[in-house]
Structures are given as structure tokens and as C-alpha cells.
Design a protein around this ligand. Structure first.
Ligand code: GLN
Length: 493
């Protein structure tokens, strides 16, 4: 993965093919990033996705403009075959149905077909949803094959990588584990020590278990209770990681410190920064203690970074289009001279789950819904007080409990309750009340880059809403969020 401004003359190897990804700019913007035109002279297959398609068109006649209608979400793609054209033209959709479910996320469109291209797919709103060059292996698609909701997206990418670029498919999870453990051992050395934060989430647990397998108790895990975790979370995580997985773990209760600093803060980015910075302070204190007690030096910091985080941080101007600031412990690196170790940085969430299962991590944990670093602090909209956290926590616990009882937990990728900073009128026990509003969100996705809301039945919703208003003091109304991602992110803040 390289920034789009990479100069090909500075590359020491020749790729077997090039995929030009999507991006937030419009190709006709004065400051839009453009790919090195030498890409088109490399004589290897090129596939442009969304912005990438628009970039190909921009390079071949500049005919791209803002569409009258923006298009986010589901679309039906109709494949157009060209049996009379050169054989390469039809390869991208070969073996697939003539009509495919795809996911769109764009506002611009091609105003016409670039010279020497043919249309290989259309949708109701995009007459050039797929194009191919008549003579060269140059393709563009307006939809996103890399996201879950494009049902045959993997097959399209496979057609490109394997059939057109002739790449070999020799990556397996078993080989990944073996080489990764060896790599960790080689990097850390025979006596080196590593510290890392765990949260109870699947990523940090899998990363910690991998470290345990590689270097045993020379890996020190630290769980910081920041006061905005889920109900009973610290106890559960402690139990599973120590008794279940044998990981060398220390739990630190810093909830008062965190909640003290969050007092009066309502801006979500400020909340994220406070939690991130306080986390670094607490973690640093603990890490120094671990170093002292272990007697040896600690040189490495473990991070459960996944590939989507890597993607989000690669941007041609630095991480300017980063969607949200990621909660991480980057600040520690300079102070403590720690080197970063990120064994999961090439994996997606679904792959981390397979890896976790292979490493013997319990099902419950492997399939745990993701939970953001700033936790309930970004699910309590407005000021985060201990009282508000308690309300959000209880409502969330009821929602998740009911989802589990209905056997829907695995089907849903992420679900939670958010507490809105508004008051609504209600009648409770013949008395007029003026209480708060809970918003429920539940989505389905595998890559977390796009998501669709989960379609619960009315009976389930009625039960959850009933329990929340009855059991959670201070709440008199429950809403359900029916926004897709994009445009709505999975979290509220
Ligand atoms: N910004 C461009 C558009 O809106 C490309 C979007 C994308 O690549 N997802 O059309």
C-alpha cells in the first residue's frame, strides 16, 4: 500500500498490478492528489476503484464532474459482456452473475466514456459503473468491491489479482502464525521484554495471546480501568485473560482520574484526546513500575493495530483525512524509547477472529463486538458524569443481554446504547416526567468500513424498550438509529 503520489521511478520493484483506491477528494479539485501518470505506462493491469476510476477518466480526457445525485449505499449492478471485444475486457466480472449487489459511496461521476474504453457495467444512477480499455488491461469501477456489502467483491478482486495480474494465492493463516511468532522472537531477542495494553477486545487479546505464545511471561499485559468501560467489564476481562489464557496481566483502577478530567467536557474530539492522553500517563506509570519490578529493560510496546487503521493513516498529505483520531499509546514511544510491535497490522477483523480461534481464545471473546478506546465516554453525548455513564451502561447491558438471549449476537457486528443529551416528556405512574433519551444502534458488517443497520422485529424492540424505560432510572424514551454507514459512522461520536 503506497500513497497515490508515489513516483514510480523511485520504486525499486515492479508491481504485478496496480489498484487505485477511493478517496475523499474530487479529481477536478485544484488541490486533488493525482497518481504518477507513469502508472499507465507500466504495462501491468490497473484497476481504479471509485476515485481511482475517476482518476483514470481524468487521465484520459478529464471528463469527470459532480453528479446531480450523490449515491451512498446499496445499488444493483448490471454487467455488460463484450464477447466480440478483446478477451481481457470481460475478465473482471467473469464467472459472476449478470446482476450483482454492490455498495456505492460517491458524489462525482464520469460525464462520458473516455476514448477507447467500453462500458462493462451500469447501475440505474451510474451509466459508467464499470469501464475497461479496449486494448489494454485498464479497468475502472464506480462501486467498492473491497467492502462487505458488495456481495461478490472478493471474486472481483480475485479476478483482477489472479486472472489479470497472475498473482499467486499463497497466504494462509497457519503460515502467518508460524512466521509471526518467529518474527516476534527474532525482533525481541532471547531476553527482551514487551509491554502492552489490553482492553478485553478481540484485537488486543489476540495480540496478547500471540505474544504469550512467542515470549511467555516476558510479555506484560496491562488493563487500565478508565471508568468508561462496560458493566462488570474489568472483572470479566481479568478472569478470562489470567485464568483462561494464562497471560501475565496487571489491572489498574484509574477510573476516578479519568472521570475527573472529563468533567465539564462535551466536545467528542476533546473527550478522545483527554482519554488518550490520560491513558498514556497511567500506562506510562504502570510500565515504569513493571520495568522496575521485572529487573530488566522493556524495549517494546505491543499494539493491536489492524490493517484498516493502517489504511486510514496512509494519506498523501499525512493523516489529514483521518476519519477520527485513533486512541493509541503513540506518545509513549518517545518518552520511554519504546519500539512498536504490531503483529496484526496486516489483518482485517475477520482474519483476527480466525487467528484468535486458532490460538484457543474462547468463542465469547473472539466474537465480542468491538468497543471504542474512549468507551462509553463517546456514547454519552454531552458531558460525561459518573451518573450519565451509569445510565448508558445499564441501558447498554439490557440491550446486549436481550440480543444474546434472542441468539442474535453473532449475527450483529456491533450494538450499543447511547445516551442523548436531550430530555423528553413521559408519563410514568400517572406522573409527568421529563427524562432522558436512549438511542440504540446495531449494525451488520465484517470490515467495519461500511455497515447496515440491523432489522430487528417489532416484538424484540418492544421488549428492549420496555425493559430500558422500566429498569433504568432517568430514561423515559428509546429510539433506534436506522442510518447506514456511510454516511453515519458506527459510533455516535
Ligand atoms: N470523492 C469522490 C466522489 O465523491 C470519490 C469517492 C470515493 O472514492 N469513495 O465521487
Amino acid at each position: 500500500m503506497l500513497p497515490c503520489t508515489q513516483k514510480l521511478s523511485q520504486l525499486s520493484w515492479k508491481p504485478k498490478g496496480v489498484i487505485l483506491s477511493g478517496g475523499p477528494y474530487s479529481v477536478y479539485d485544484a488541490d486533488a492528489p493525482h497518481v504518477d501518470p507513469a502508472v499507465f505506462e507500466l504495462d501491468v493491469p490497473v484497476l481504479g476503484v471509485c476515485y481511482g476510476l475517476q482518476e483514470i477518466a481524468w487521465n484520459h480526457g478529464k471528463n469527470v464532474s459532480a453528479g446531480e445525485r450523490k449515491e451512498y449505499g446499496h445499488a444493483v449492478l448490471n454487467v455488460t459482456r463484450h464477447t466480440d471485444a478483446a478477451p481481457h475486457v470481460d475478465v473482471l466480472f467473469s464467472g459472476l452473475d449478470a446482476s450483482l449487489e454492490v455498495w456505492m459511496s460517491h458524489g462525482d461521476k464520469l460525464a462520458s466514456l473516455p476514448p477507447n474504453f467500453v462500458t462493462i457495467a451500469t447501475t440505474a444512477n451510474a451509466p459508467f459503473a464499470g469501464i475497461a480499455h479496449k486494448d489494454r488491461k485498464l479497468y475502472g469501477i464506480q462501486f467498492h468491491p473491497e467492502v462487505t456489502h458488495t456481495a461478490k467483491g472478493k471474486a472481483i478482486i480475485e479476478n483482477f489479482a489472479v486472472k489479470l495480474c497472475q498473482c499467486r494465492q499463497n497466504w494462509t493463516m497457519e503460515r502467518f502464525v508460524d512466521t509471526e511468532i518467529e518474527r516476534i522472537r527474532a525482533v525481541v531477542g532471547p531476553t527482551g521484554q514487551v509491554i502492552g495494553a489490553v482492553s478485553g477486545g478481540v484485537d488486543s487479546t489476540v495480540a496478547a495471546k500471540l505474544m504469550k505464545e512467542a515470549i511467555g511471561d516476558r510479555f506484560h499485559a496491562i488493563l487500565v480501568d478508565n471508568g468508561v468501560m462496560r458493566l462488570n467489564e474489568c472483572e470479566i476481562v481479568h478472569e478470562t485473560l489470567t485464568k483462561g489464557l494464562n497471560i501475565n496481566l496487571t489491572v489498574v483502577d484509574a477510573s476516578e482520574e479519568f472521570l475527573g478530567k472529563l468533567k465539564g467536557v462535551t466536545d467528542p474530539e476533546v473527550k478522545r484526546k483527554i482519554i488518550g492522553n490520560t491513558f498514556i500517563e497511567v500506562f506510562q506509570r504502570e510500565a515504569e513500575r513493571v520495568v522496575k519490578e521485572s529487573g530488566g529493560a522493556v524495549d517494546f510496546l505491543l499494539q493491536g493495530t489492524l490493517y484498516p487503521d493502517v489504511i486510514e493513516s496512509i494519506s498523501f498529505k499525512g493523516p489529514s483525512a483521518t476519519i477520527k483520531t485513533h486512541h493509541n499509546v503513540g506518545g509513549l514511544l518517545e518518552n520511554m524509547k519504546l519500539k512498536l510491535i504490531e503483529p496484526l497490522r496486516e489483518l482485517f477483523k475477520d482474519e483476527v477472529r480466525v487467528l484468535g480461534t486458532n490460538l484457543g481464545i474462547p468463542e465469547d471473546l473472539v466474537w465480542r463486538h468491538p468497543f471504542p478506546g474512549p468507551g462509553i465516554a463517546i456514547r454519552v453525548i454531552g458531558e460525561v458524569t459518573p451518573e450519565q455513564v451509569a445510565i448508558a451502561r445499564k441501558a447498554d447491558h439490557i440491550f446486549i443481554e436481550e440480543i444474546k438471549a434472542a441468539g442474535l449476537y453473532r449475527e450483529i457486528s456491533q450494538a450499543y446504547a447511547a445516551l442523548l443529551p436531550v430530555k423528553a416528556v413521559g408519563v410514568m405512574g400517572d406522573k409527568r416526567v421529563h427524562d432522558q433519551v436512549i438511542a440504540l444502534r446495531a449494525v451488520q458488517t465484517t470490515d467495519y468500513m461500511t455497515a447496515d443497520w440491523y432489522d430487528f422485529d417489532g416484538k424484540f424492540m418492544r421488549k428492549v424498550a420496555g425493559r430500558i424505560v422500566n429498569e433504568v432510572d432517568g430514561v423515559c424514551r428509546v429510539l433506534y438509529d436506522v442510518t447506514q454507514k456511510p454516511p453515519g459512522t458506527i459510533e455516535f461520536q
